[in-house]
Design a binder for this molecule. Sequence first.
Ligand SMILES: Cc1ncc(COP(=O)(O)O)c(C=O)c1O
Length: 337
Amino acid sequence: MITNVNNNRHDSVLNKIGNTPLIKLHSLSNDNIKFFAKLENHNPYGSVKDRAAYWMITDAEKKGLLKKNYSIIIEPTSGNTGIALAGIAKHLGYGIEIVIPEKASTETKKIIKSLGAKIYETTDDLCPKVGSGTDQSIALATSIASSRPQIYYSPNQYSNEANFFGHYTGTGPEIWKQINGQITHFFTGVGTGGTITGVSTFLKEKNPKIKIIAVQPQLNHLIQGLRNFEESSKPELFIKREQVVDDWITITNDEAFREVKTILNNDHMLVSPSSATVYAAMKKYKFEHTPKNCIVGIFADDGRKFKSIYVNQNVLTPNEFDSALLQSKHMPKITYN
Ligand SMILES: Cc1ncc(COP(=O)(O)O)c(C=O)c1O
């Protein structure tokens, strides 16, 4: 049973979670079809995962599972959940330990450490696999937590219903209102499945005709935060409501990285690899010809944590990255400490 989490703390940072902007993508839109991006980098710790982290912590507090200045939150994550949990835990007076694949960007790990979290690195794939015996991150977090259950609490975003509810009561209604109910297609990547199941369940209750397209990266991908379900088993949270998905589209690393520059040149934003993946999917998808198509995609975070990946993959030179960072629109200031 999920307690009703109300984002009404009299608190300057946590009060700013959610209500992110929806902007028109001029590079894709024309008279017949309009494309929009929901810019989740406007959350205080920089990504869509602020919502899940905040909901899971508040839900645990209401259930009496956390004690201030005593409890330690431990979680396996490929990045953004770690940043969000670390920021919020620090703010609320909880300890924080994060288990993260070593392939996550160096910038991501640095941010998590700067927020005061202890880090355990594993040799896992970028997105921890969920499945018995296959995943070191989840196994390690579980074993540390179970060694001292009175101190440790693991939210387990892969099965925690509060993750779903953060999107069902927040992201979904925000999109519906921002687009005046005109949305015809929704695109997002899948990590735990919280975003896609939460937003889509809400949207389909409003209008069952809205098409939900799940975006997955290629096998052996470089897209932090997303999963390919041929190489990674489906999280429990996703399986519970996976019938909301109408269609799947797979995007290669090259297709995604190519769009980083397109979006930079045409929409003047420095986006993350996963946002470029969603953009590439919206561009590649074969829409039925109707005059009313109105497409919304989730841009889960922005590009600032990915200089090392963009430079290594020859997406941008170091100088191009630095000037993109300075000139990019929609790059709110984030203080990570
Ligand atoms: C970087 C990143 N994190 C998280 C998510 C969504 O994750 P979840 O399925 O856990 O809600 C996405 C989805 O687009 C993403 O790109």
